[in-house]
Design a protein. Structure first.
Length: 272
């Protein structure tokens, strides 16, 4: 087994995309996984969200690594359901919690009616995730690491004029504030808190008709203006690239890294 053997990780948005990549990366290093996803549609999101079948695939893939997994459907907007899912996981896997990856998010960028949903999921949902997880982490007394998934949109002012896009950028900036505050609050308990800031990642959140159309519109608007591409000659990153960065932050290799907003963006923010 790997260097996370004996540890338990709580991951939201784990049914597919970056969340599944996080689960597999940590499981391959020996961690047991508590996987949570909504597995339902949100009306303002114009592309299909993950399903129960997607979550079942994550379960099967984690089990193939030899690690244990407890998967539950829960809505990060609902603190009570999130707490119940986490408790079910720790009851089944043992009373410890070492790693939290608050990854669940939506990107209804071209939607005019999505402000509240995107704030509720992408910001309040992250708050709920940390809020329900930090108390058992402190109680168990093993220290640990919390990683919040933000975006390059949490570091620079990008996006279109639609409410969904503005809300997305606002929420991802808000995550940085949460991260920095929690890093200070939890340091005394040897719990580290950092945020990840990916550029576009090749997941169903990006690779769908609606998001591609929105991105094409941004590219047309920027013609003759700022270059919206990455510095490195790649259009999108792979989910495993983000999972590798998260693994560094939660492993002993990053044991003194806290309060850091880490871009994994092929040089995108450096060009801004």
């Amino acid at each position: 087994m790997g260097d996370l053997s004996g540890k338990t990780a709580f991951i939201t948005g784990a049914a597919r995309g970056q969340g599944r990549a996080h689960a597999l990366r940590l499981a391959s290093a020996g961690a047991d996984i508590i996987a949570v996803d909504l597995c339902a549609q949100i009306d303002s999101v114009p592309y299909p969200l993950a399903t129960a079948d997607d979550l079942s695939v994550t379960v099967a893939l984690v089990e193939e690594t030899g690690s244990r997994i407890v998967a539950r459907t829960a809505d990060v907007r609902d603190r009570a359901s999130l707490k119940e899912a986490l408790r079910a996981g720790t009851d089944a896997l043992g009373d410890r919690l070492d790693i939290v990856i608050a990854n669940a998010g939506i990107a209804p960028m071209a939607a005019e009616n999505a402000w509240q949903d995107v704030i509720d999921v992408n910001l309040t949902g992250v708050y709920h995730t940390v809020d329900v997880a930090m108390r058992p982490m402190v109680k168990y007394g093993n220290g640990g690491s919390i990683v919040l998934t933000s975006s390059v949109a949490g570091l620079v002012g990008i996006g279109g004029p639609m409410a969904g896009s503005i809300g997305y950028t606002a929420a991802k900036h808000g995550i940085v504030g949460l991260m920095r505050n929690y890093a200070n609050l939890l340091a005394q308990h040897n719990i580290r808190v950092n945020s990840l800031h990916p550029a576009g990642v090749n997941t169903p959140m990006i690779d769908n008709e609606f998001t591609r159309s929105w991105l094409d519109g941004l590219a047309q608007q920027s013609q003759g203006g700022p270059d919206m591409g990455n510095a490195l000659p790649v259009q999108t990153l792979d989910p495993e690239d983000i999972a590798n960065a998260a693994y560094y932050l939660v492993s002993d290799a990053g044991r003194y890294v806290t309060g850091v907003a880490l871009p994994v963006d092929a040089g995108y923010t450096n060009k801004r």
